[in-house]
Ligand binder design. Structure first.
Ligand SMILES: Nc1ncnc2c1ncn2[C@@H]1O[C@H](COP(=O)(O)OP(=O)(O)OP(=O)(O)O)[C@@H](O)[C@H]1O
Ligand SMILES: [Mg+2]
Length: 156
């Protein structure tokens, strides 16, 4: 499924819809080129989940923890040396927790991603326009797909 967003406001709308579908234990994988809007989308999702703190990129710390309606874990694995080194940071405890986990640059740790997850890939069309490709497996993905079917800029 593909969604076309025309500007940051549209991205916020999509973030809200996605956030409304999340439950404890959800893992969202977020990929796309440098500066495409992964952290922007993450911050909109976090806001809708009730995270009051401003969500910023955890590039150097790899993992940042927030508290909203659910615990919210934001990972940016861009600088990870190997997928295996994620386990030293407590990766397993995060993804199999009662919280929601978002992983920027998940492609880099593909071999250790859980099977049940939501994959979001953002593609830059112009300064403000993006295409968001969505696929995945499991109940939360099915719910997101169902909700976004009705979104005006959805390409099936
Ligand atoms: N429709 C849009 N959706 C998301 N971001 C947008 C959009 N239009 C413009 N932008 C801008 O693009 C930039 C995206 O930066 P952001 O840090 O979110 O990217 P990123 O993919 O997380 O980068 P990195 O690869 O460094 O982690 C922001 O400055 C944001 O305002
Ligand atoms: Mg980022």
């Amino acid at each position: 499924m593909k969604i076309r967003v025309n500007n940051l406001k549209d991205t916020e709308r999509i973030g809200k819809i996605i956030a409304g579908c999340l439950t404890k234990g959800t893992v969202i994988c977020l990929d796309g080129h440098l500066g495409v809007g992964k952290t922007a989308l993450t911050s909109f999702i976090a806001k809708e989940l009730g995270v009051k703190e401003h969500v910023t990129s955890p590039t150097f710390t790899i993992i940042k923890e927030y508290q909203g309606k659910l615990p919210f874990y934001h990972m940016d694995v861009y600088r990870i040396e190997s997928a295996d080194s994620m386990y030293d940071l407590g990766y397993d405890e995060y993804i199999y927790s009662e919280g929601v986990t978002i992983i920027e640059w998940s492609d880099l740790i593909e071999e250790i991603l859980p099977e049940e997850r939501v994959n979001l890939r953002i593609i830059r069309i112009s300064d403000d326009e993006r295409e968001i490709k969505i696929d995945g497996k499991g109940y939360v993905f099915d719910k997101i797909a169902e909700e976004l079917k009705n979104y005006e800029n959805t390409v099936h």
